[in-house]
Design a protein around this ligand. Structure first.
Ligand code: ZN
Ligand code: MN
Length: 501
């Protein structure tokens, strides 16, 4: 058993993707904009200006709180968090202190097919500070980001390993994307994370002073920094020098280590007090119910459903669920295949339902394999889903041709490439035009078989003398003769008939 237990908690800031900023009407889309062009007297903190709350930011914050299973406060309030820094023109940040938007939630995460729950302490809304850009010995400030809506999520100290913390963040990113509230790109700073870590002797129930790690710009950085800190603190405990004070350390990506920064301000240092310029934040029943109705199926639920509905493996289901657009595409293809089974067979719906139940797992596996290996293999690196032109309906038809063995898989690949290039989008039509349909016609196949038998008398004698393994050789020759289009099962049947006659 390990000597120490690791205790990790996360504080996460998520930038919301609203049209305008948190408390003014400036554009919130700062990507590729010249510095200090998205500013106004409100977000620059000019005296005499008044903030107004962005309703859409509240709605998005509420969606996050609901997705994290939090209790939502019908009434919360905004507070001023006072500190002095060049990126904060008002001299305070409007945040929420003792009455946050929501509290006491949880999120279920899954690692290696095992699920467990991570507690959420609180979810609150606030505005972002501006961005300091250090260049040489100067610091420049870009105020475009100042006033961007943020949702801050504080977890309970429920993580026992750095990997769990990383997995949680990755799931949170996916949830933000499913909710449509943020791109949650860590590299672009949409999702920012500070991690708190402390150790304690195994079996001890006390909490010891924690270390807060800042400057974590990627999921990898979160995991590596926590691993580093876990090791550093283990050595301190071993030497009898466990941390006695709360400390802030920064992650140095290049050196791969954490460095001491400063001892952390307590909340008293921020002199929080209620924001006098904003009324209390009231979430009325209608607003609450509308947000709840907007909640989509969340990634983990979707993954579980795909596994249950189509017998996909956990791994395959995650590949789809991790890419929301492709998960949607896959499900559309499946619903078109279902329609195909119902329509093509022209039978009563009870019988068609049974047939669908029998075939859907195989069809799902086929569709998944073709999406994940063939389609993904064709996508350029700068691919955007909106550029993808093959309709689910046409792709489903391609799957049905393969499933019914009307084409073989190399013909399928040729057809898919044509569809991908946008030359033609109807797979049956392409198969006909390029003469790729499988040959099932018995008399055509018999002619091919006869030709092969006639031109290989020695092998025929050996086969008839008992060398059964030669069957593969004959089938191969017929396939070659037919340019790969002969139905191999039919060919083997005919060969057996003729050779054993
Ligand atoms: Zn503004
Ligand atoms: Mn904050």
């Amino acid at each position: 058993m390990a000597k120490y237990e690791t205790i990790i908690g996360l504080e996460i800031h998520l930038q919301l993707k609203t049209k305008s900023k948190m408390f003014c009407s400036c554009s919130n889309d700062a990507d590729n904009q010249a510095p200090n062009t998205l500013v106004c007297p409100i977000c620059l903190g000019h005296p005499g200006t008044l903030p107004t709350v962005n309703r859409e930011a509240i709605r998005q914050g509420l969606l996050v709180a609901l997705a994290l299973n939090c209790k939502v406060n019908k009434k919360s309030k905004f507070d001023r968090k006072n500190y002095f820094y060049p990126d904060l023109p008002k001299g305070y940040q409007i945040s929420q202190f003792d009455e946050p938007l929501a509290h006491d939630g949880h999120l279920v995460i899954e690692i290696d097919e095992r699920k467990w729950s991570i507690g959420i302490e609180r979810v609150h809304l606030e505005e972002d500070a501006a961005k300091n850009i250090h260049s040489g010995d100067k610091t420049l400030v870009d105020f475009n980001r100042g006033g961007t809506p943020l949702v801050e999520i504080v977890t309970k100290p429920d993580f026992k390993t750095p990997t769990e913390a990383k997995e949680f963040l990755q799931e949170l990113r996916l949830i933000a994307r499913y909710l449509g509230v943020s791109d949650a790109d860590m590299e672009k700073g949409h999702l920012r994370c500070d991690a708190n870590i402390s150790l304690r002797p195994a079996g001890d129930h006390k909490f010891y002073p924690k270390t807060e790690i800042k400057n974590l710009n990627s999921f990898k950085a979160v995991e590596r920094a926590l691993l580093y800190e876990e090791k550093r603190q283990t050595e301190l405990w071993d030497k009898g020098q466990a941390p006695t004070m709360t400390e802030t350390r920064g992650w140095d990506e290049n050196e791969e280590r954490t460095l001491e920064q400063r001892s952390k301000e307590g909340s008293a240092d921020y002199r929080y007090f209620p924001e006098p310029d904003l009324p209390p934040l009231v979430i009325d029943k209608k607003f609450f119910e509308e947000a709840r109705a907007d909640l989509p199926e969340l990634p983990l639920d979707r993954k579980d459903r795909l596994v249950k509905e189509y017998a996909l493996s956990f791994k395959d289901a995650w590949v789809l669920v991790n890419q929301k657009d492709w998960a949607g595409y896959f499900e559309e293809v499946m619903s078109d295949l279902r329609a195909w089974v119902f329509k093509a067979k022209g039978m009563d719906s009870d019988k068609a339902s049974r047939l669908w139940e029998e075939q859907k797992n195989a069809l799902a596996k086929l569709a998944y394999n073709w999406i994940s290996s063939e389609i993904f293999g064709l996508l350029p690196t700068d691919f955007k889903f909106s550029d993808f032109k093959i309709s689910a309906e046409n792709f489903a038809e391609l799957m049905s041709l393969l499933y019914e063995k009307k084409i073989n898989s190399s013909a399928g690949q040729i057809i898919l490439k044509e569809m991908f290039k946008g030359v033609d989008d109807d797979p049956s039509h392409i198969a006909g035009r390029l003469d790729l349909l499988q040959i099932d016609d018995i008399s055509t196949l018999e002619d091919l078989v006869t030709k092969v038998i006639m031109s290989n008398p020695d092998q025929v004698r050996e086969y008839q003398a008992g060398k059964a393994a030669l069957m593969k050789f004959f089938v191969g020759l017929v396939m070659k003769e037919s340019h790969g289009k002969a139905n191999p099962e039919a060919v083997e049947r005919i060969l057996k008939d003729k050779l054993n006659a």
